[in-house]
Design a protein around this ligand. Structure first.
Ligand SMILES: CCCCCCCC/C=C\CCCCCCCC(=O)SCCNC(=O)CCNC(=O)[C@H](O)C(C)(C)COP(=O)(O)OP(=O)(O)OC[C@H]1O[C@@H](n2cnc3c(N)ncnc32)[C@H](O)[C@@H]1OP(=O)(O)O
Length: 225
């Protein structure tokens, strides 16, 4: 697994996010506009040319492969390409604000036209992705142990409408590296989706000791520099 420690302070991260998040929101706006626009074909072709020019501009300096996951010295993860929550990912639903308290994670999200499955309703795979992410965060942050999804069980109780939703996830119990979690997606009328998962902290992940060692190495480099 690609695990990389980066030397960024909280202020530097906030600075980068203040530029990146509005850009990602603009990309979300573009996706929504392309889905719902009713302008004529000439306008669509002209828009495509402008979009292609912007893509070429961004590609003048490009990371190889994917964004990857970087960790800071304070062990905050920067997964800015992540499909569910990546700050640079315009296809990630806008679910950035996740609150953690006592092993419970909650998040409000508003899903628009880009997340549709059946007409006017949220795609089932999108619901599964959202709740998987929140369950993973509840397990990982709540127990101080980075986890992968081992088994995810999703029950669709009734259709989930596009629009404002609230989600919650909590740890039920822990057995060694296995963390049992459950969660739900709700509208104002109550739950539409419930889910259970077994999150497993993989044995090949760097241990906290290894992370601390990397951190000490960075500090030693500072001392020399
Ligand atoms: C430094 C502190 C920092 C703390 C803060 C952290 C902040 C983090 C922030 C944010 C969190 C992010 C949240 C992410 C959310 C989204 C997650 C995803 O999308 S993950 C991608 C999809 N999932 C995969 O790709 C997994 C693929 N599978 C695997 O990699 C392995 O199979 C894995 C890790 C699941 C297990 O591999 P093994 O080698 O570690 O496990 P073995 O040693 O065989 O088993 C350990 C125990 O787990 C059970 N187990 C193994 N696989 C299982 C499975 N698939 N389902 C259920 N249980 C399983 C086994 O039966 C065993 O249990 P017994 O100890 O015997 O009781």
């Amino acid at each position: 697994m690609n695990f990389r420690l980066v030397d960024l302070s909280a202020e530097e991260i906030a600075q980068q996010l203040s530029v990146v998040e509005p850009l990602t929101d603009s990309v979300r706006g573009l996706i929504d506009a392309v889905i719902r626009t009713e302008v004529d074909d000439d306008e669509l072709n002209a828009a495509r040319e402008q979009i292609d020019a912007i893509v070429a501009r961004l590609r003048t300096k490009q990371k190889p492969g994917s964004f990857g996951v970087q960790f800071t010295r304070e062990l905050s993860g920067l997964s800015w390409g992540n499909a569910a929550v990546g700050a640079r990912n315009g296809i990630a639903p806008p679910m950035r604000i996740v609150h953690h308290e006592d092993g419970r994670a909650t998040c409000d999200v508003e899903l628009g036209a880009a997340y549709e499955g059946p007409g006017g309703l949220v795609h089932g795979g999108v619901s599964a992705m959202l709740i998987d992410q929140l369950l993973g965060e509840a397990a990982s942050v709540g127990n101080g142990l980075p986890c992968f999804t081992g088994t995810l069980t999703v029950k669709y109780l009734r259709p989930t409408p596009l629009g404002p939703l609230s989600m919650s996830a909590e740890t039920v119990r822990r057995e060694g590296r296995k963390i049992f979690v459950r969660g739900e997606i709700c509208t104002a009328d109550g739950p539409t989706v419930t889910a259970e998962a077994i999150m497993v902290s993989p044995k090949e992940l760097p241990s906290r000791d290894q992370i601390m060692k990397l951190r000490a190495e960075l500090a030693a480099q500072d001392g020399q520099g």
